[in-house]
Design a protein around this ligand. Structure first.
Ligand SMILES: *Cc1c(COP(=O)(O)O)cnc(C)c1O
Length: 369
């Protein structure tokens, strides 16, 4: 990949295509694929990622908020878009931009019906979310009656899918819990069919669900993290390719004497003669303070260099003692050679968090088309 001259998040669309094809190979050819592109496509570049996936003929997109769906529509994306967590204040805009809401509570159903009526909608596509154990968003099984009563003799809405979300699909120790969630969802869909006289599309699997519970694909699956190259599992990670690689450069090198300190609050004290490098990347770019004080490392000239002292707003300092390097040299923070999962684990977190944390201040560069 190209050398960078400043902090840059490189986005590899060939990797995205590889991951998409890999995940598709794990599902039935008839099962639809919903690409989750919320949070700037997991911190990468939402519009670029969505355009590539649209060209690959993905069936559906999912975003969290209406604002994100509007960005996709503004960019010319025409594929259906599910908004997972819409707020009533945005319902009119949602309809104006042909976005499809997740209807997740009695309150949301009532408010959306009101807006759909006001805007004289007929058969507007909506997706009904059921809670099967995550206890985050969703109707309960015994709400089916309420939903059907609300929609009786009304034509504003058309339920095009019913769905649920797994709490621990990546965790083999929670297999029984997950299977119970799937069974609960299956039961709900049966009751729904009885009440409504048809079965809309059904979906419950996220990335790890696709990889671990292929019996529960139903008509659609939803994948986010897998598309970006991570599968919550070492064996799977080796089959996927990271889409995002964060690189920066060395701004300045210092030779430090024994017992000198580095950075704010003098958090690092050198035990001997050390060489440090300062990088133009800080907590305002998404590298939180938990990555400092030796918890995580970056890669300089193929060698591990720990982040020392406290992470500053616009800078981190790393220990490059014994590494042959100079000012201007490229530094790999995470990506193809130091996975986001590895980098994140040093700070006790997960790839999802570090990927989505990379702030909009960081330059994005598309490195393959
Ligand atoms: C974010 C999200 C997903 C994507 O999950 P991954 O583990 O990234 O595949 C799927 N479904 C819902 C409801 C989500 O909120």
């Amino acid at each position: 990949m190209d050398k960078v001259g400043e902090t840059t998040l490189q986005i590899d669309l060939n990797a995205l295509e590889h991951n998409y094809r890999y995940l598709k190979s794990k599902i039935n050819p008839k099962t639809k694929f919903m690409a989750v592109v919320k949070a700037f496509a997991y911190g990468s570049d939402m519009v670029t990622i969505a355009k590539k996936l649209e060209a690959l003929q993905v069936d559906y997109f999912a975003v969290a908020y209406v604002k994100e769906g509007v960005l996709l529509r503004d960019a010319g994306i025409e594929t259906p878009i599910l908004v997972l967590h819409p707020q009533p204040v945005n319902f009119e805009e949602l309809i104006d931009r042909c976005l499809e809401p997740s209807i997740y509570s009695p309150n949301i159903l009532k408010q959306f019906l009101e807006v759909a009526q006001k805007k004289q909608q007929k058969g507007y596509p909506v997706h009904v979310k059921f809670n099967t154990g995550l206890n985050r968003l969703g109707f309960w099984e015994n709400d089916i009656d309420f939903i059907s009563k609300q929609l009786e003799e009304r034509h504003e809405l058309k339920i095009v899918s019913i769905f649920s979300h797994l709490a621990a699909s990546e965790d083999a120790n929670e297999k029984e819990f997950t299977q119970n969630q799937i069974a609960a969802f299956d039961k709900i869909t049966g009751e729904f069919e009885e009440k409504f006289g048809y079965t809309p599309m059904r979906h419950i699997l996220n990335t790890s669900g696709i990889l671990n519970y292929d019996e529960a694909q139903f008509e659609m699956v939803r994948s986010g993290i897998g598309l970006y190259g991570y599968g919550n599992d070492k064996a799977i990670d080796s089959q996927l390719k990271p889409v995002a690689t964060l690189k920066t450069i060395i701004s300045q090198i210092h030779k430090i004497e024994p017992n000198e300190t580095v950075g704010y609050n003098r958090a690092y004290t050198s035990a001997g003669y050390r060489q440090t490098a300062t990088l133009p990347l800080g907590h305002a770019d998404g590298i939180g303070r938990q990555y400092g004080n030796g918890n995580s490392f970056v890669v300089v000239q193929g060698k591990k260099a720990p982040i020392i002292g406290n992470v500053c707003m616009d800078m981190i300092m790393i220990d490059v003692t014994g590494i042959e390097c100079k000012e201007g040299d490229e530094v790999l923070v995470f990506g193809s050679e130091n996975s986001a999962e590895t980098f994140a684990s040093g700070a006790n977190t997960i790839s999802y968090e570090i990927l989505t944390a990379i702030s909009q201040r960081v330059k994005r560069e598309i490195v393959s088309y």
